[in-house]
Write a protein that binds this ligand. Sequence first.
Ligand code: COA
Ligand code: MG
Length: 294
Amino acid sequence: MARPVRPYRSVLYIPASKERALEKARTLAADAIIFDLEDAVTVEEKPRARALLVDTLQQGGYAPRAQLVRINGMETEWGESDLSAMMEIAPEAILLPKVESAAQIEAVAARLDAHAACAETAIWAMMETPRCLFTAPEIAAAPRMAGFVMGTNDLAKDLGTRFRADRLPQQWALQTCLAAARAEGIACIDGVYNAFRDADGLRAECEQGRDLGMDGKTVIHPSQIRIANEVFSPTEEEIALARRQIDAYEEACRHGQAVAVVDGKIVENLHVAIARATLAQAEAIETLSKQEAA
Ligand code: COA
Ligand code: MG
């Protein structure tokens, strides 16, 4: 299935308890925001953060950025209150932590189905436990599912992996979730890079995520947004090559051929599909930038 065209190059976490960060995000160039009620908010702050987030989202000002609310797990003492509060304001998407089964998604989807205002509310899943790696295909296929967010810190904790710049110990998890997302045509966003002042390390990890097929990177600090946006955008060279491939293939077709050659490499219909997806992605990014500037 096709990759989602909407850009998710940079997906910024904001602790819902931090007024200053919530305010600032209205002007940041992130493609999407995760308003977090879960791990970035202390137990003491949970009720205040929930009320502040309801107020803040009612005030709005975050479009055209995609907006996800990460609630606490439904098995925790805060999950039910979070979900009820969010259903009143019908957010664009609810992000569920530590999802391990399609049944967890179905239960929340049924709640949203019963609330007409939430007809368009999507569900996203944090992929961050060993068990979800074995159920990812069913989770991706569950109702209302629009995307996976890789929870690489929780995965490291539960798998017992250590940090390595090449992320070798997490490759199987990343690729398993990516493949399950692609099979259902939903988004897959890479995990965070913790050393938020290390620009070179972030860039290298973004490049790796892009190579793997990720749609973008979750980020935790405003300074990480520009790098994620850069790495997950098609480059000028990629756009130019895509145009040349499409032209060359169309020319070949006119001569009754199914294969063209560009820069010494074959171009068949599947390469043209990739080229068209690259152009569609570039166009979607340009549209988003214009909306942000307006
Ligand atoms: N979203 C929006 N704005 C943010 C932000 C975020 N995630 N993180 C920092 N900012 C803002 C600060 O409010 C500050 O704004 P100001 O200068 O206008 O007052 C500015 O960016 C600079 O912040 P800085 O002082 O460099 O960061 P810090 O040391 O205060 O905080 C972190 C660093 C990592 C604690 C903070 O960025 C953070 O809480 N990130 C989110 C963590 C999170 O959500 N984790 C859960 C998922 S892993
Ligand atoms: Mg987590």
